[in-house]
Design a protein around this ligand. Structure first.
Ligand SMILES: [Ca+2]
Ligand SMILES: [Ca+2]
Length: 84
């Protein structure tokens, strides 16, 4: 049993991507560690383009965990996302 936990922990640590924040896990649908506007839409959020762009600090079209968590209060609120 112990080995299963160790193996699981190792898998989580080595995959690295979305391991970390429950909100990231919810919206990072493909678990690549980045949240796109498309993923937010698929997760049930209505995301205004301007808001996503404001959140995407380096303008690469993806939100890193840092960018996403900074912007979550205006990007992924219960008002905008119907899955909360
Ligand atoms: Ca993703
Ligand atoms: Ca970005």
């Amino acid at each position: 049993m112990k080995y299963i936990y160790i193996a699981l922990l190792f898998t989580l640590l080595s995959s690295g991507a979305s391991a970390g924040h429950p909100l990231m896990d919810r919206y990072d649908l493909d678990s690549d560690g980045l949240v796109t506007a498309e993923e937010l839409t698929q997760a049930g959020c209505s995301v205004k383009d301007s808001r996503f762009k404001a959140a995407d600090i380096n303008g690469d079209g993806f939100l890193t965990k840092k960018e996403f968590l900074k912007a979550k209060n205006y990007l992924a609120t219960s008002k905008q996302c119907n899955n909360n």
